[in-house]
Design a protein around this ligand. Sequence first.
Ligand code: FES
Ligand SMILES: [Fe+2]
Length: 366
Amino acid sequence: MYINFWYPVCTSDELANDKPLRATILGLNFVAYRDSDGKAHLLADTCVHRGGSLSKGKIISGRIACPYHGWQFGGDGRCRLIPVLGEDGKIPARAKVDAYPTEERYGIVFAFLGDEPEDSRAPFFAIKEWGQEGWRASPLRIIELDAYFERSIENGLDPVHNEFVHDSQGNVHYKPECTTLESLPWGTKVHVTMDPPKPGTTQLENLREDDKPEHFGAYSYHHGPNGLETRINLSKDNSFVQYFWEQPVDADHTRIFFINMRNCMLDPKHDERIMDINLMVAGEDVGIVNELQPKRTPESSAKEILVIGDECVGRYRDCLKSWENKGWRIDMKSLQENRGDIVYTVPCPARRTEKNWVLDSVPIRK
Ligand code: FES
Ligand SMILES: [Fe+2]
């Protein structure tokens, strides 16, 4: 798992105005809450006094109050009140927890989990079609996986599995010569052209009437380690663009935030049916990905056999390696071993300029 990328935290609906919420991301606990203006904040969950869980506390005057002795922390992570010291009590400089940049878009609260300065950060993975005329979003859905997130992204990039996993999509046959890979600054795009589904085999064939085979095709793009965009051109004018923001809960569980954009069947009455079809297809992927062994992608190439059609998976892994080389990969083994003795958190941007942090910065793979 990797620091220094944007991660989905929760849906906007999950984050009430009057109650904090615990979010587990990258195997670590965070507290999300809204201040008096409704702005969402994300902080490390562990109180630096004596380890209370802030997500079990209360929101008081726009601050999060620890449930143990009532210390209050602002959205910037600084402690603003220590009740036992009184209103004018001097707050120790070290009384602060990590606070992360947040963005709330598309009904999702996102946070940048890392200390990379703003100008060199991976850009936010935005929906290009959002708000554009002629496009409509289906309602946000969450897909839960009992699997490591990298396995899921690799599945999304893999053009070969479709005809074996997705019967309902017309058993579209993959041809290796019709694949091209494109490297972009923060990910890889796999373009695929295929023969269109045979009539009577796909639930969306009403969108393909009178169209030419060459208009059928797709691409998948991974943005950072955990973003995925899949565009399916059903015909010349009818497309779906699917956005997945993956939240690695821990090394065995993933929550995927999913929005489908479309430029056809724009009447809202089609939302449910289209989402039902999408979720049925996603469910077929989940059934496969949950059963993959080992749970995490093997570290040794001797433990798999990659062949033609797996190039996009190889490119994704190359990208992950490049981010590991930047010092962004969490050392999960060391984190697990020390759990119970050390509280780790992702370093926040303020650690670049301030010293004196109580919580330990998450161990990084060397
Ligand atoms: S542990 Fe949080 S206020 Fe004491
Ligand atoms: Fe699939």
